[in-house]
Design a protein. Sequence first.
Length: 319
Amino acid sequence: MKTKKMINSLIKRCSCFVMGALLVAACQRPAGSAETDEARETLRKVDDSIAAQSPLARKLVEQGLKEAEDSFAFYEYYSRMGKYFCLSSTPDSMVPYIDKVIQFAKQQPESPRRNSLLAFAYNTQAANYHNFHKKGDEALALYLETYRLSLASDAKDQSPMICANVGDAYLAQNQLPEAAQWYRRALFLVDSLNLPKKENITLYLGLATIYLQLNDFDTSLQYYQQTEKYFNQMSVAMQAYYLNNYGNYYYYSKDYKNSLRLFLREFKNDVYGNTAPYNYLGTANYVSHNGSRPMNITWRLDAPIPAKYLKKTNKLVVG
């Protein structure tokens, strides 16, 4: 009887020890281990907020830093703070953040999560070189390394965007065939990874612009037409950029009747509170420009502005 009690007591103690060990193991998740789907989705929402330059973006990053469960999670959010500053009015404020992230990541054993973190940091650093310091060679080298890391990361869905960045870097150096090659690679990855087709918008537009510069008007038109399919999914800024580039196609191909469309936003918002679309005013010719960020451009319309728009265009200088 005593022996039986001793065995039962021993079993209970062992059970408590095992349960305690499991709890400790659960609380001490190894750094660099795979993220949960929930954590990855939360980080993706933060990325979207930063990209949209939401007023809440910084608060979301700071909250993530406070709630980070391990060093990897902390530096993932720390890198987002760097990206936040990269897109701000003081882009060089990102440097200390990104430098610390790179230093941390290089000290970690290679893993998909480590590669994803390092790729994000390199991509942000390359964007700073490319957009604000005109360090073309350094930016290109970093983008290429970012792409290599992305293929061995847990964020392969970012590889098309990185390919597009490589293409942009080649385009900035006027290496058009290389730029086109990387844009096409990005299109292939969007398809093979089953990503939303709207990811192709900037890729089609980039290819259309490249082939326009190569005077390959037929291929350029094909890509502009592919882009047009997604017109309603573009932001207003992207719509304006697309229309301007499409107008360049008509101009350089000497189709002057369609050389340029001038659009005017009739209302700031529609009845549903959404940003209003543009309204077609007809073709126009460039007259002059001045200033920068923003640049003021004067156009001369081929036909008078319809009367219903005159009150809303009284600030325009039109001959």
